[in-house]
Design a protein around this ligand. Structure first.
Ligand code: C2E
Ligand code: CA
Ligand code: CA
Length: 586
């Protein structure tokens, strides 16, 4: 509940006038504006000496607030709950009571405006509309005072001498108090940071006297553009802050911008100014003065970037997403340098001769806790960052190492790794690829396949990507079009990229037996790859029935949980050995 100092700060005359009107209008003994305190009832009245120690349980204001509507006692002496009430048996000898709740801007009840009379009154004879209207006047008054009330100790140092507005120092004090209140009462607080566009040139062209005059005009206009209960602060220079206790609506933003836009005249000069505003607020944003201001600044810069002369709201979700992204890129980088990123190998089965053709190397992140994260948990955050290229270099190196191990053991397996096509725009990546492949013999390089996804790069970039990929193909490695059929331009990719292989995305394969359309797509891709003389591999082979169907359709290779998930290298090699044994046995 609000404390008594809040009421001390209220303009006495205004509340007293409301009470006076109520008393006159309803012809009652008195009208009170009362607040239930934490352990005492505080009553504002100049009429009669009233006790101030009525506990909440007995407080009529408290009772009215709990009732949450007009609360009437026609005759307290006949009312079982109130016959022994201190106000009934003692001073002022209350018989009739009618109170309505007074709420703050958030709708939280803070007190009651009530009529009291020393003889019984029949409620049916009264129309309480006027009482409600008067209560809302007090509500306005409270809303106003909560913002314009000066914290104790406000000195001239808190006022900006140029504009007469409160200054940055005051803003700190005010916002601290406002945030505390907003937290306690689940209220709102909007903070709008306003920066003039192009003010610097006015100062430079016309001198600082003219500049000061412009700032004074802007200050006055801002005061006019907001409500009496909102607060305008001059931060310094060409920056202002508006603080209000509710959500700053779009119309209000426009009104403020309009005010700045209309030409400003100073001793013979007419200046055209605009402003950029950044808005944030509690509770959407955090409850910390400096953080809120910082975020308002960020939003203001976004408004500048968006072309000035406008406003932008701080997007906390986006902010957190960005922060998380930056953090995770750092974490992945660290994992990479600590060798915590590994490739797991998923076997591919060649349907033409029932052998293990090789493996797809799929990234896994081994956390210090031992948990193993699949790429879906971290790759999306890394996409389109500098780390993307580093990861691609890394998996290529790992893939080549795996191939070396296979060759050393006389195992014929091939290995594929996934590479983001945008890497082919990075000259560092291409150099690395050339140098790395040059270190290995042709036979080994020929067993490495890069699986590339459809790129989201713009057309002009695509030409570079295609040219660079062609260059790499000349080095002897193989290329596979990954996730074929899921992108926008799979067909044009097929035409443009000189790839040896096509990989049918698992989304078509998994459901192909239940969904005739998926099967038709799978059949069409297989047909297409035959016409283009490419090898076709299906991923997502989850059971024997899918395998049989794929074989019947003429698919060359298959990969999926029906055979094995991706495994650590040694396990994968072991798995392949057993598969060989098993299939030779039949
Ligand atoms: P992808 O290239 O399509 O890889 C195949 C994904 O399908 C793998 O998921 C694999 O575990 C999963 N999979 C295999 N068989 C089945 C099956 O029968 N049923 C089902 N439902 N799923 C199956 P994973 O390892 O989580 O990889 C997800 C994606 O992450 C990959 O999709 C690939 O796009 C990306 N990725 C993985 N490793 C790398 C990498 O080294 N570099 C890049 N750039 N991307 C990678
Ligand atoms: Ca793949
Ligand atoms: Ca896929």
């Amino acid at each position: 509940m609000h404390d008594a100092t809040l009421i001390d700060a209220l303009t006495e005359e205004r509340v007293d006038r409301v009470r006076w009107i109520a008393r006159q209008h309803y012809e009652v003994t008195d009208a009170w504006f009362t607040l239930p305190g934490e352990d005492q009832q505080w009553r504002r009245t100049r009429v009669g000496a009233l006790s101030t120690d009525i506990p909440d349980a007995l407080s009529l204001a408290h009772r009215t607030l709990r009732h949450d509507a007009l609360f009437v006692i026609e005759d307290a002496r006949c009312h079982p709950e109130f016959t022994r009430h201190p106000l009934v048996v003692g001073s002022p000898g209350l018989r009739f009571y009618a109170g309505v709740p007074v709420r703050d801007h958030e709708g939280v009840g803070i007190g009651a405006l009530c009529l009291v009379h020393t003889s019984p009154v029949s409620a049916a004879a009264l129309n309480f509309d006027m009482l409600h209207v008067l209560a809302s006047q007090i509500e306005d008054e409270i809303g106003h005072h909560l913002l314009t009330r000066r914290p104790p100790g406000l000195t001239l140092d808190d006022i900006d001498t140029l504009t007469g507005l409160p200054n940055r120092r005051f803003l700190q004090t005010l916002m601290k108090a406002e945030l505390t209140l907003a937290r306690q009462h689940r209220g709102h607080l909007s903070v709008c940071l306003l920066n003039l566009d192009g003010f610097k040139s006015i100062n430079e062209l016309h001198g600082s006297d003219i500049g000061d005059a412009v700032l004074r005009t802007v200050a006055a206009r801002l005061r006019d553009a907001v409500r009496r209960k909102d607060l305008v602060i001059h931060l310094g220079g060409d920056e202002f802050v508006i603080v209000m206790r509710d959500v700053l609506q779009a119309e209000a933003c426009q009104r403020i911008l309009d005010q700045i836009r209309s030409p400003i005249e100073t001793s013979g000069h007419v200046h055209a100014l605009t402003a950029s505003m950044g808005i944030t607020g509690y509770p959407g944003d955090e409850a910390d003065v400096d953080v809120l201001l910082h975020h308002a600044y960020q939003a203001m810069y976004s408004a500048k970037e968006a072309g000035k002369n406008g406003y932008c709201r701080f997007d906390l979700e986006l902010h957190h997403a960005r922060r998380a992204r930056i953090a995770i890129v750092g974490d992945v980088h660290q994992a990479l340098s600590q060798q915590r990123l590994e490739l797991f190998y998923q076997p591919k089965i060649d349907y033409r001769d029932d052998t293990v053709a090789g493996f797809e190397g799929l990234l896994r992140w081994r956390l210090p806790s031992g948990e193993i994260l699949p790429p879906g948990r971290f790759l999306p955050h890394v996409e389109n960052t500098w780390l993307d290229v580093e990861l691609s270099k890394y998996v290529i190196d790992k893939g080549l190492t795996a191939l070396e191990h296979c060759m050393q053991r006389g195992l014929p397996y091939a290995v594929s790794v996934n590479v983001n096509p945008s890497c082919f725009l990075d000259s560092g990546f291409i150099d690395h690829l050339h140098q790395t492949l040059a270190r290995h013999d042709q036979e080994l390089v020929g067993k490495l396949t890069l699986e590339i996804l459809e790129s989201t790069s713009p057309q002009q970039d695509m030409d570079t990507i295609v040219a660079n990929i062609r260059g790499c193909l000349r080095l002897g490695l193989q290329l596979s079009l990954d996730d074929f059929g899921t992108g926008q331009s799979s067909l044009s990719y097929l035409r443009t990229f000189p790839t040896q292989k096509i990989k049918i995305d698992r989304s078509f394969v998994i459901g192909m037996l239940d969904n005739p359309e998926d099967e038709a797509i799978v059949a069409a891709i297989i047909g297409l790859s035959k016409s283009f003389k490419r090898l076709v591999i299906a991923e997502g082979v989850e059971n024997g029935a899918i395998e049989s169907r794929l074989r019947a359709l003429g698919c060359d290779l298959g990969q999926g949980f029906h055979y094995s998930p991706a495994l650590p290298f040694e396990d994968a090699i072991e798995w392949a050995g057993e598969y060989c044994l098993h299939h030779r046995a039949f």
